[in-house]
Design a protein around this ligand. Structure first.
Ligand SMILES: [Zn+2]
Ligand SMILES: [Zn+2]
Length: 128
């Protein structure tokens, strides 16, 4: 069960949002974190476009470290509950402030440090 992503790198390695992709589609999208090829779902009906990781196109890093491929256990439990009512609902990746112990760096977004290419050494920084 992979999470929905709403941003990706387009064929020119530029960061693009799913809404932009809906208007100006590229032939190829990759995950901005793990570099796996993504499938774009324009979702014309609901107008809530998104990108999908697929098992076949995962990079080695994505398989082990991408937060979209490995959603938080808490979120996975929430989705299992929700599915009783909304069968095709997918997890969402939480964005927060993180601190990577390995790289000694603060960052905001998904739990994935762009320096060491994993979220394993990152801890959440809370306001108090
Ligand atoms: Zn990814
Ligand atoms: Zn790091």
């Amino acid at each position: 069960m992979y999470a929905k992503s709403f941003i990706a790198h387009d064929g020119n390695k530029r960061l693009t949002g799913a809404t932009t992709a809906q208007l100006y589609p590229y032939d190829r999208y990759t995950c901005h974190l793990c570099g796996s090829s993504l499938i774009f779902h324009p979702e014309w009906d609901t107008n809530r476009p998104w990108f999908e990781h697929t098992r076949e196109d995962l990079t080695e890093n994505g398989r082990h470290h991408c937060p979209y491929v490995r959603p938080e256990p808490k979120e996975v439990r929430r989705i299992h509950m929700l599915r009783r009512y909304v069968p095709d609902v997918l997890p969402i990746v939480r964005k927060a402030d993180w601190y990577c112990l390995e790289c000694n760096s603060h960052y905001h977004g998904e739990r994935y440090c762009l320096s060491c290419h994993t979220g394993d050494h990152s801890i959440e920084v809370t306001a108090n």
